[in-house]
Structures are given as C-alpha cells and as structure tokens.
Design a protein around this ligand. Structure first.
Ligand code: R1X
Length: 241
C-alpha cells in the first residue's frame, strides 16, 4: 500500500524508525546507514531506509509542529512501524543545561492544540520506558551533559500577545521546550506503538537566560551528532531486546 502523504510503500518500511524535523537532518542521519535507499521526498517528509549494525530502520523527517508531524507518525505506524524515536532540538529552561546538552524526554506537557483533538484533557503524553532507557544509556555513553525528564510541546514558535507560562513549566520541573514530542507520544499510545525522544538543546527558552537564537553553532552541531549516534545505538539495543 502506498502511504498517501509520505508517498512510501508500506512493504519498504521496517519496524523501527528514527524521525526528525528537518529533511536535511534525515539525510545526515541516513548517511550513517548501510544499504541506504531514499524512498520518497514528499512535502516536508523525506524517507530513507537502510541498516545500522545489521538492524533495518527507516529515517523520516516530520517537519515543524505537531499537526504536520502527526501525519508522519500516523502513516508510519499504519505502514507497520512499531518503534519511533524522535531526534530533535529544543530550547533549554535551565542554565545547568546550556546549548549542546542532550535531554531524553520521558514525558511531554501537552501545550499544543493537536493532541486536544485526539485525547481528553489530562491524558498523559508519555514515552515508552524501554525506549527512553535505551536512549538515555546510549546518550550517556556519547559523553557531554545528558539529562532525562519532562519536556514541553508548544505550537507557537514565535510569541504573540498571549503569555506562555514558561516560568511555571520551569518551576514545575520541565527541562526544555519543543514542538512535536507530545504528538508523538499520544499517537504512539493511541495506536499501540512505542516511542521515545532525544533532543539537543540549541539555546534558552527561558526569558531570563535568552540570547539571540542561533541553532547553527558548532556546539549544537556536535550535540546533534551525539544524539544521532545515541539514537542509532538505542535502535540496535531495542531491536535485540
Ligand atoms: O521542535 C522544534 C521545531 O521543530 C524544535 O526546532 C523546531 C523549530 O526550530
């Protein structure tokens, strides 16, 4: 069956997928694969398959924001993917975790609109424990600052006139903010798949710490390489468990 939006044939999809926002990053991740094949590049969704240390996986970009990303997650699961790992970027809430740190998201605050149209208020967006544990262990092995905990998923990247309670999220213990993880966790739970996410921090979301947003620094690029390596090694661990 041809997935209508990803434009990928379900027969080509393995059971595990690494997903990321940026189609360019999908290619960067896919460069680590053996027998790499590009399946499709449809809208913001660029799909590759290949093997890493003998394990077949897909690498697919999902674009920016929950509604578009949800289309990708839903179609991958429809196509037979049962484990999804998001490799992304996020803004930090804490000076203890500066740009270049990695965060494994164990759960996401649903500060998005999409998941409200999928599940009732209060329904939690949580990672699969095995996926998070594998990601965390693999990330620690890569070195650098690594932390696991709660992230926030928002829709608005640029602020309008409504205050977003970043201070409260931070005081309550959230580590970072991004735009797709809650959608991933809710959809995985709804459809019986397992999911986890790792993000490289690319700046501060906290107004007290905020500097000019520049995600294109060497320190961020190195963190992205570490999270890619961690995700690939987690895939191997999860495939053999
Ligand atoms: O998740 C967020 C979004 O996809 C993080 O980076 C993007 C915005 O630059």
């Amino acid at each position: 069956m041809l997935l209508p939006i990803l434009q990928v044939n379900t027969e080509d999809l393995p059971a595990i997928a690494i997903v990321c926002g940026d189609p360019k990053r999908a290619e960067t991740i896919a460069r680590h694969l053996d027998e790499k094949r590009e399946l499709a590049f449809s809208r913001e969704y660029r799909s590759f398959v290949g093997t890493y240390k003998g394990v077949r996986l897909a690498v697919v970009s999902h674009g920016v924001g929950s509604p578009g990303a949800a289309v990708c997650f839903e179609e991958l699961i429809k196509g037979g993917v049962t484990t999804l790992i998001r490799v992304g970027t996020a803004g930090s809430y804490s000076a203890d975790y500066p740009a270049g740190s990695l965060v494994v998201s164990t759960a996401a605050v649903r500060a998005d609109g999409l998941t409200r149209q999928l599940v009732p208020e209060g329904f939690p967006a949580v990672a699969d424990h095995e996926v998070s544990s594998a990601l965390y262990a693999a990330a620690v092995a890569e070195g650098g600052i690594v932390k696991k905990g709660i992230t926030v998923t928002l829709d608005a990247f640029f602020t309008g006139v409504v205050d977003i309670p970043h201070k409260q999220y931070k005081q309550a213990g959230a580590l970072a903010v991004e735009m797709e993880i809650a959608a991933l966790y809710i959809i995985a739970t709804l459809r019986g798949a397992r999911a986890g996410a790792i993000v490289a921090l690319d700046g501060y979301a906290d107004a007290d710490l905020a500097q000019e947003y520049d995600p294109h620094t060497n320190v961020v690029a190195e963190a992205i390489e570490r999270e890619i390596a961690a995700a690939l090694n987690a895939v191997v661990k999860l495939a053999s468990a």
